[in-house]
Design a protein around this ligand. Structure first.
Ligand code: SAM
Length: 208
C-alpha cells in the first residue's frame, strides 16, 4: 500500500515539525512564528511564503498543509529558488516556488483563500548581503497579502534590521502597521526586550 505508506511518512514529518516547535525551550523569532502559525493552519489549506530564502519556512508550511494543501513561495534570487527546491526535494515535499517579487502574490491565489503568509525580511543567509527586502515593495506585498488572507488567517512578518540591511525598512513598516484598520486586523509587535544588538522583530497580524 504505497499510498498509506506515503501518508504515514508525511504524518511523521508533520509530527517532527510540530515537536521541534513544542520542545524548543529557547523561544526565538522563528519558533514563535512557527508555533503561532501551526495553531492556525489546517491540512488542505493554502499558505504563502513571501520570502523563500533557503526554504525552511516553505518546508515548514508544506508540513502543515500536507499533500492536500498548497504552498506558494516567492523569492527574487535564483540562489534562493534553487536552495528552496533542493530542500523540498530532500524532504519529499511539494510547493510552487516562484522566481518573482512577492508584490505579485495576488496573481497566485484568490482573495480571502489563504490561511497563513510568512515574511522573513532582510537578506539571504549565506548569500549576497547587498540584496535585501525594502519598505516600499514589502508594504505593497503585505497589502496584497492581507487581501488574500481568509478571515481568521494570520500573517507573520519577521523584521530583521541593522547591519547591511539598516533601519529604514523597520522604521517605515512599524509606522505603516500602526495605521491598519482596527476593525479588520489585530497587529502584535513582539520585542525580545533584553536581547542585545538588533534582535529580529516578529510582527503578527490577525485578520478578523
Ligand atoms: N524564510 C527564509 C528561509 O527560511 O530560509 C529566509 C528569508 S531571507 C531572510 C530573505 C529573502 O527575501 C532573501 O532570500 C531575499 O532574496 C528575499 N527577497 C528580497 N526581496 C524580495 C522580494 N521583493 N520578493 C521576494 N523575496 C525577496
Amino acid at each position: 500500500m504505497p499510498d498509506a505508506h506515503a501518508a504515514r511518512t508525511q504524518q511523521n514529518r508533520n509530527l517532527e515539525f510540530r515537536s521541534e516547535i513544542c520542545y524548543n525551550s529557547a523561544m526565538n523569532a522563528l519558533t514563535l512564528v512557527h508555533s503561532i502559525i501551526s495553531s492556525t493552519v489546517k491540512k488542505g489549506e493554502t499558505c504563502i511564503d513571501a520570502t523563500a530564502g533557503r526554504g525552511y519556512d516553505t518546508a515548514f508550511l508544506c508540513g502543515l498543509v500536507g499533500e492536500s494543501g498548497r504552498v506558494v513561495a516567492f523569492d527574487i534570487q535564483q540562489d534562493a529558488i534553487d536552495s528552496t527546491n533542493k530542500l523540498l526535494a530532500e524532504r519529499g515535499l511539494k510547493a510552487e516556488v516562484v522566481h518573482r517579487s512577492h508584490e505579485f502574490m495576488a496573481e497566485y491565489a484568490e482573495s480571502e483563500s489563504v490561511s497563513a503568509i510568512v515574511f522573513n525580511l532582510g537578506y539571504l543567509p549565506g548569500g549576497d548581503h547587498t540584496i535585501f527586502t525594502h519598505a516600499d515593495s514589502s508594504i505593497r506585498a503585505i497589502t496584497a497579502g492581507l487581501e488574500l488572507l481568509r478571515h481568521g488567517g494570520i500573517m507573520c512578518v519577521s523584521i530583521y534590521h541593522g547591519g547591511a540591511t539598516g533601519y529604514e525598512e523597520r522604521d517605515a513598516l512599524l509606522e505603516w502597521l500602526k495605521e491598519l484598520d482596527t476593525e479588520k486586523y489585530q497587529v502584535l509587535v513582539v520585542r525580545f526586550h533584553n536581547w542585545k544588538k538588533d534582535p529580529p522583530i516578529p510582527v503578527i497580524i490577525m485578520k478578523f
